[in-house]
Write a protein that binds this ligand. Structure first.
Ligand code: ADP
Ligand code: ADP
Length: 226
């Protein structure tokens, strides 16, 4: 059974001069522990597709199922890393990470321990008590990654998570993600505008095209992992 089943999924937005089809009839089965990369030009519906899988946006028609259950909203088994970080500006870095753990019922001590562990993972130990506005774009992105990983979701939905990082940090986080994916058997849906990154990370690469946004092609990547 697929972990994520996307069936005849379409999304239209009402815009000033009519309807804009952001996503047209997408179909895709994502298997448990599969790594899917998604590439395509700006405006081809990548974020729209991710947001619908995340349960943050409603499709105009079609269905998404996770573990055979229809998605009607966000769920604990799905963790999201947003392109624009979506950190709480009034919370410190560590409080941002602890927040998701609090929602999931972790005790105060567990929250702190786990948040510290994941801050270390993204190399931001020294910034635990800083506020997001004090951080560079790349650092905020790393906080958003730590926040998503800390709750250990079965499914990771990531929207250009490494886009604002320098080459070295990016390579490190790619390697860490592949390790986490393999050891924790996660199912990954990873948007990038970088074809090389898509091929390095993905077992399959979904290629989308614009006007209307749709899945154009799905390519199997046959490179064995180290
Ligand atoms: P991508 O992530 O591939 O750049 P998006 O999913 O963000 O593409 O957008 C797909 C299309 O839908 C674009 O043409 C975009 O302008 C449009 N769109 C996205 N969100 C909205 C919205 N809230 N209202 C109107 N149009 C939107
Ligand atoms: P970018 O600036 O391109 O987003 P990084 O997030 O990797 O790249 O930042 C590079 C390094 O610059 C960080 O690891 C950090 O040491 C330093 N740095 C960036 N912004 C700040 C800041 N506001 N305060 C202290 N150090 C910072």
């Amino acid at each position: 059974q697929p972990k994520i089943k996307i069936e005849n999924l379409s999304k239209a937005y009402q815009v000033r001069n009519g309807r804009l089809i952001a996503l047209s009839d997408a179909n895709l089965d994502i298997m448990p522990n599969e790594f899917i990369s998604v590439v395509g030009p700006s405006g081809c519906g990548k974020t729209t597709l991710l947001n619908i899988i995340a349960g943050l946006e409603q499709a105009t028609s079609g269905n998404v199922e996770v573990d055979g259950k229809k998605v009607t909203g966000p769920g604990k088994e799905r963790g999201v890393v947003f392109q624009q970080y979506a950190l709480f500006p009034w919370k410190t870095v560590i409080k941002n990470i602890e927040f998701g753990l609090k929602l999931r019922g972790y005790s105060k001590a567990e929250r702190r321990e786990r948040a510290e562990q994941y801050l270390k993972y993204v190399n931001l130990k020294d910034f635990a008590h800083a506020y997001p506005k004090e951080l560079s774009g790349g650092m905020k992105q790393r906080v958003a990654i730590a926040r998503a990983y800390a709750v250990q979701p079965e499914v990771l939905l990531m929207d250009e998570p490494f886009g604002a990082l320098d080459a070295q940090t990016r390579a490190q986080l790619q390697e860490d993600l592949l390790k986490t994916w393999q050891t924790e058997k996660k199912t990954c849906f990873f948007i990038t505008h970088d074809v090389e990154e898509a091929v390095i990370l993905g077992q399959r690469v979904v290629i989308m095209s614009a006007r209307p946004g749709r899945i154009k092609e799905i390519i199997d990547v046959d490179i064995p992992y180290p």
